[in-house]
Write a protein that binds this ligand. Structure first.
Ligand SMILES: [Zn+2]
Length: 486
């Protein structure tokens, strides 16, 4: 049993002794339990809603979702020989002892039995005192046990567990990482604290799963959270740390202000915003479709690369032709090869290969044979296009890398890996510039990488940072020449 600090133990005890559950909690639980229902389908398309017990006829198939015509909720369809079905959700309440916040976690479990009856119960199993350390202060009670590596929460008689014994918990937090937060008591609890204008209560109302302890312990971003909540961009408020707090709408969100009503209406998530930036269309259906191709977490790098070659709307069209079975990591490479080989990607014949893997392998071989020549040709072309950004003062000059040999030479002189950027430079993923002393323009000085007209990397010899004077020159170049082009 883990050791609990005396002060923490005292707080847990106080809640056990005095605190009752906040007003409105039972209604909130009932509302959540309402989602835990099914539509049971028997012969002749007879459907039965376990929520409102209404029967109706529908041709929808088993494992599809359907809206019950009586209670208007959407439920999954299951066959009538179903013996047992279980739903679980994790709910949380914010509580306060003296001046310390405590998050209380509950499991809501519903079973649908063989008679298609619905049984729900909710029990408290964990508490957390939010902090800013890497070590979380989480405590569980005796309802929690482990069986075969899984966490099991016992829903039986509560008298059996009285008085409640708490123990420290340090293992797997997956159950409580995100929870459905009870919103009604939050505003009152946050009064006269630094969170009193945070609108966390509104966010809790409009977002399904929230990492409440992170919210309560993140003092740093509270201003941004408030601002996003007031704009009614509740899901984005959950990721306030990703946004800067100054600048125009475009600078903060990466899309122009006429997207705001669309973003608000759909309460878009951070991932959806990232997709919107690439798609540039106010179409939530398309954005949701694209979400199927996000590998894990929020990484959209494959789609980002694909969007360099074809619009994501066309990608969706291609993916639909193949019933979503497009491997994006193959497709982005296929498109890169195709572009370098000079195939016309505006033409669906080239942009939409029938057998992706086969075509990918074919182009890869062709590309390998011709790559050096192709890269060389493409770099020369890029360098010509970028030459309008050439810039100098009386001390320095900056110009785009003119050819492959120059890149290799820069790499050798500077002892850096810029030559490995050749392909990216060639296909337009990044721009490479050389900044040099005007008195000695053949000698390497600073190697500069630019993306979307912004300097993303500048390095002197051995990958060190440039000095102040050099940085000032780059700043000036970026702000006058590059920005003017954006
Ligand atoms: Zn119903």
């Amino acid at each position: 049993m883990g050791y609990i600090k005396v002060a923490h133990r005292e707080m847990l005890r106080q809640i056990d002794n005095y605190s009752s559950l906040p007003k409105g909690w039972d209604k909130f639980v009932d509302k959540q339990a309402e989602y835990h229902n099914l539509v049971i389908k028997s012969k002749k398309n007879q459907c039965y809603c376990t929520n409102c017990k209404n029967t109706f006829i529908s041709k929808n198939k088993v494992n599809q979702e359907i809206k019950c015509p009586n209670c208007h909720n959407k439920y999954l369809i299951k066959r009538s020989n179903l013996r047992h079905y279980e739903f679980k959700d994790y709910l949380s309440i914010l509580d306060k002892v003296n001046d310390t916040f405590i998050v209380r976690y509950f499991e809501l479990k519903t079973t649908i039995d063989a008679l298609h009856e619905h049984h729900s119960s909710v029990v408290e199993f964990a508490r957390e005192i939010p902090n800013n350390n890497w070590h979380r202060d989480v405590f569980v009670n005796e309802r929690v046990s482990k069986c075969q590596g899984c966490i099991h929460i016992y829903h039986g008689d509560s008298n059996y567990f009285y008085p409640v014994k708490w123990r420290e918990y340090t293992r797997n937090y997956s159950l409580i990482d995100y929870s459905i937060v009870f919103p009604n008591n939050i505003k009152k609890l946050l009064k006269n604290t630094i969170y009193q204008y945070s609108c966390i209560w509104d966010i809790a109302k409009h977002c399904t799963y929230i990492d409440l302890p992170k919210f309560i312990s993140n003092k740093h971003d509270i201003g941004k959270t408030e601002l996003l909540a007031k704009m009614k961009l509740y899901n984005l408020a959950l990721r306030a740390d990703e946004f800067r707090n100054k600048g125009s709408f475009q600078e903060i969100f990466g899309v122009s202000k006429d997207y705001y009503p669309f973003m608000k209406k759909n309460n878009i998530t951070y991932l959806q915003l990232k997709l919107l930036r690439l798609l540039k269309e106010k179409d939530i259906k398309k954005i949701k479709y694209l979400q199927h191709f996000v590998s894990y977490g929020d990484s959209i790098s494959d789609l980002e690369e694909i969007s360099n070659y074809i619009s994501l709307s066309r990608f969706i069209k291609y993916a639909k032709m193949h019933h979503k079975k497009v491997k994006t990591y193959l497709y982005k490479d296929y498109l890169r090869f195709a572009k370098m080989l000079g195939l016309d990607l505006k033409n669906n014949r080239y942009a939409f290969p029938k057998n992706l893997r086969e075509e990918h392998d074919k182009l890869e071989k062709q590309y390998e044979i011709q790559s050096k020549v192709l890269v060389q040709k493409a770099i020369k072309k890029r360098s010509k296009e970028l030459s309008i950004y050439k810039y100098k003062n009386n001390k320095f000059i900056i110009l785009p890398a003119p050819n492959l040999k120059a890149l290799q030479d820069e790499s050798k002189q500077q002892n850096n890996c810029v030559r490995t950027y050749a392909e990216k430079y060639a296909d337009g993923t990044c721009d490479i510039y050389f900044m040099r002393d005007i008195q000695n323009p053949k000698k390497s000085l600073v190697t500069v990488e630019v993306k979307n007209n912004k300097v993303v990397q500048s390095r002197i010899k051995n990958n060190n940072d440039p000095n102040e004077k050099q940085l000032k020159f780059l700043d000036r170049w970026e702000n006058t020449i590059l920005k003017g082009a954006a």
